[in-house]
Ligand binder design. Structure first.
Ligand code: SF4
Ligand code: MG
Length: 334
């Protein structure tokens, strides 16, 4: 499958109070056309900073201090702001969690939805309006003709979010980056929008990067999963590998935190402790203060990524034992 996005050893740092701290510490991943990568982890783990780095939308005190971001083979970290803006309006689309900051309060919904269609497509005026109505229908907005004439403040928060999603999908982007896109919406609308993104992914070969903390959403939409903890990728794999054979203790903790819908009395088995501050230097594995399996080695040495399969990697010393076991098994056989 054709590769769309390739991120290599990304390090993103921030200057705060005269100090330079790294929020993303050597992150690598790739996304193919027609595939969804879900980035998961607790809030503050570096998921959103990773996507903002890719989009060239870091705040002024942030910078990519190492690594590369390639989109369709082109290096994005070297691009001018203006070129990045063009790319974002057209080939790469984004959906954020707070729609009010992203919609312009001055213009009608119709203007904001139809303007990009007029600029980026060859559709006639009537076709543009037809497509806008169709998109609003698809994101579950009733009475779309009326909505086109309204301003953002006349819509509920959930509706504004759906308008944002319609705008993001209007120009058939090749890459969609969505940060907790449906978190604020009720489950029916959430399912409808996830289905819509999934359809576009398949019909248009769109690549999707979705940031979420909801493992239910991951199970539904992901092809690949990347688990982040304290600025590191701790496990990557196909959705099957992550759900049926999770390796990293943090991934296991995240999966155990998913409530069992069949049992209303079951409590959430949360991971004890909390994420370290991004400026907190921790020796060894950054998860060790919270890990029930931590050994002396874990407290001293940061584990590398161990391969479990060609698509499945885990950054945990426990996996070294597995690999060594496999090797001695192989030796015993030969
Ligand atoms: Fe836990 Fe050690 Fe694995 Fe880190 S390397 S996740 S501390 S077992
Ligand atoms: Mg976030």
């Amino acid at each position: 499958m054709e590769q769309l996005l390739e991120v290599n050893n990304l390090v993103t740092s921030f200057k705060t109070a005269g100090q330079k701290v790294s929020a993303v510490r050597g992150v690598s991943f790739s996304v193919n056309r027609g595939e969804t990568l879900c980035i998961v982890g607790e809030s503050g783990c570096g998921k959103s900073i990773t996507t903002l780095s890719v989009m060239g939308l870091l705040p002024n005190n942030g910078e990519i201090s190492e690594g590369s971001v390639k989109f369709n083979g082109e290096e994005l970290t070297a691009k001018k702001k203006e070129d990045m803006r063009k790319l974002r309006g057209n080939e790469i689309s984004m959906i954020f969690q707070e729609p009010m900051t992203a919609l312009n309060p001055v213009f009608t919904v119709g203007y904001q939805l139809m303007e990009p269609l007029k600029i980026h497509t060859k559709l006639s005026k009537a076709e543009v309006k037809h497509k806008a109505i169709d998109l609003l229908n698809k994101v579950g907005i009733p009475n779309p003709e009326k909505r086109l004439k309204q301003h953002p403040h006349e819509l509920s928060g959930g509706m504004r979010q759906r308008v944002m999603i319609a705008i993001a999908l209007a120009c058939n982007p090749s890459l969609l980056i969505a940060d907790e896109p449906t978190t604020a919406l009720d489950v029916t609308i959430q399912a409808q929008i996830l289905d819509l993104i999934d359809d576009l992914k398949e019909d248009l070969g769109m690549g999707v990067v979705m940031v979420t903390h909801d493992m239910g959403v991951v199970a539904e939409v992901a092809d690949h999963v990347m688990v982040m903890y304290a600025g590191h990728v701790v496990e990557t794999g196909t959705v099957e590998e992550i759900f049926s054979n999770p390796s990293h203790p943090y991934t296991k903790g995240l999966l155990a935190s998913v409530p069992n819908v069949d049992d209303a009395n079951q409590s959430l088995e949360a991971i004890p402790g909390s994420l370290p501050n991004i400026n907190e230097e921790i020796e060894g594995c950054r998860f060790h203060p919270r890990c029930p399996f931590a050994t002396e080695k874990c407290k001293q040495e940061d584990p590398p990524h161990f391969s479990i399969s060609s698509s499945h990697q885990s950054k945990c010393w426990l996996q070294e034992e597995e690999v060594t076991k496999d090797e001695s098994y192989d030796k015993a056989l030969s």
